[in-house]
Design a protein around this ligand. Structure first.
Ligand code: SAH
Ligand code: SF4
Ligand code: F3S
Length: 457
């Protein structure tokens, strides 16, 4: 079939993505829906005919960044007739009206649930329709209107679940992404097969609450499919060597999913399982629905299922009412579990969320101090884990060329970036390497066999 993008004039599309991996996936899908209109990606905003800022509302800093970036785009747009500026994602959803008021030169404001309608919005904006705003939560799931994604390299994201019904008291996601929605298993399996046929060797299943997944089963019998069943189905696809999923909630870490970690070799031994705090008082105030002990039990069960299981987490310091004792409980949990990578943030009050209205806010310098203490321990844990890898042999998935000639970058089972000298023809292969050095955030390796293998694994 003729490439539809060749039938219309070529235009350039620049997308800047903030926030989580769901947004990374969404940016790819926005590029897909705009391709038939002649838009090809560019990595320079200066020569773009259309710029999309795909935004994140999770913390105040993330949201404010959008307005400073818009300030920089304004002269570009003034200099280029017909340039379209769109603001998408979670800031658009939460502050759509404020964006059009503060930055009236923005042509399109769209939420995360309406980007399948982008071609229509672009047509309206091109006809001079100022300030096209589409932030509703439509009844039709956008996935039914999107073209099949293409694999771009050996690793792919696949969005299986969206939205959140958990309403943690600090978090905007239930408001910006809407209610929980799981895609039908048959659609996911079809998309996965397409990605693997296109060269993907590793698929990361995505969702704001990915392990709350409860889709229709592939035979549409009315039964509900869990994430564990979906993973077992995906493991049947020939050529799919690695499966990951993110982000999970401890409350949905059921025994069937834990068992899959023991039984499905393709499921990688690294899990991002945010805990936020180690204090039961703070966990309850956050509406997380579990205790520190519950979390530790899950970790024990995961390690019993798979002994090399490694963990990462998200932490918040200075949630309203957090005392020194609460913070100590978080540090204790970190020391008990031992994480190999984590994200940690100062609590940021978000408009409209219950925690923002609590009187006992923690002073900023205390939040900062606790954040630094926590990050020191997390960094030390990561360093120890990486150092202990030296001398070991892992299978790594080679994903792309490195910065230096002859260098190829891969990912270990634990998601560490690993550098090795190799011919780029091996990209896409899974090869055994021996770890020989530790950099700040990556590992150096040599082929485990004395000779580089001649053919792909
Ligand atoms: N669904 C995931 C998290 C999604 S948001 C979960 O439940 O764990 C990603 C991370 O941002 C959260 O885990 C939390 O650590 C952080 N975060 C969310 N709201 C925040 C806020 N108001 N202030 C600081 N960090 C926040
Ligand atoms: Fe936010 Fe909580 Fe939902 Fe995670 S589970 S997205 S932190 S409300
Ligand atoms: Fe940010 Fe929205 Fe993701 S608020 S973290 S982009 S779901």
């Amino acid at each position: 079939m003729e490439d539809p993008t060749k039938l219309v004039p070529r235009k350039k599309l620049f997308i800047k993505t903030y926030g989580c991996q769901m947004n990374v996936y969404d940016s790819g899908r926005m590029a897909d829906v705009l391709a038939p209109l002649g838009y090809a990606p560019t990595d320079q905003p200066d020569d773009a005919d259309m710029v999309i800022l795909n935004t994140c509302h999770i913390r105040e800093k993330a949201a404010e960044k959008v307005f400073s970036d818009l300030g920089r785009l304004r002269p570009l747009k003034a200099a280029k007739e017909g340039m379209i500026i769109a603001v998408a994602g979670c800031v658009a959803q939460a502050e759509g009206a404020e964006i059009t008021a503060r930055a009236p030169f923005v042509d399109i404001v769209l939420g995360p649930q309406t980007y399948h309608r982008l071609p229509e919005m672009v047509a309206r904006a091109t006809r001079g329709g100022k300030g096209v705003l589409d932030t509703e939560f439509p009844a039709e799931p956008k996935f039914d209107f999107l073209p099949a994604p293409r694999a771009e390299g050996p690793t792919a994201f696949l969005s299986i679940q969206e939205g959140c019904d958990k309403f943690c008291t600090f978090c905007v996601v239930p408001y910006t992404r809407g209610a929980e929605y799981s895609r039908p298993a048959a659609d996911i399996l079809r998309e996965a097969r397409g990605l693997v046929a296109g060269g993907a060797r590793e698929i990361t299943l995505l969702g704001q609450n990915v392990n709350a997944y409860h889709g229709d089963d592939p035979a549409r019998s009315g039964a509900s499919w869990t994430l564990a069943r979906l993973i077992r189905d995906l493991a049947e696809i020939d050529g799919l060597a690695r499966i990951r999923y993110t982000t999970s909630h401890p409350r949905d870490m059921g025994d069937d999913l834990i068992a899959a970690h023991g039984d499905v070799p393709q499921l990688m031994p690294f899990l991002h399982l945010p805990v936020q705090s180690g204090s039961d008082k703070i966990l309850a105030a956050m509406n997380r629905g579990h205790t520190a002990k519950d979390y530790l039990n899950i970790i024990d069960k995961l390690r019993a299922a798979r002994s090399d299981m490694t963990l990462s987490s998200d932490f918040i310091t200075g949630y309203p009412g957090e005392t020194d004792a609460d913070f100590d409980a978080t540090m204790e949990l970190i020391n008990t579990v031992g994480f190999i990578q984590s994200f940690s943030f100062k609590y940021s009050p978000r408009p409209g969320t219950p925690a923002a209205g609590i009187k006992a806010q923690v002073p900023d310098d205390l939040k900062t101090e606790r954040l630094h203490l926590l990050q020191q321990v997390l960094d030390a844990q990561l360093r120890t884990f990486n150092t202990n890898c030296v001398g070991k042999t892992f299978d790594i998935l080679l994903t792309n060329s490195g910065r230096y000639p002859g260098q190829v970058v891969g990912r270990s089972p634990y998601l560490q970036p690993v550098h090795v000298m190799a011919d780029p023809k091996h990209i896409g292969s899974i090869v055994p390497v021996k770890i020989v050095s530790v950099e700040a955030y990556s590992l150096g390796a040599v082929w485990a066999d004395a000779l580089e293998p001649a053919a792909s694994a």
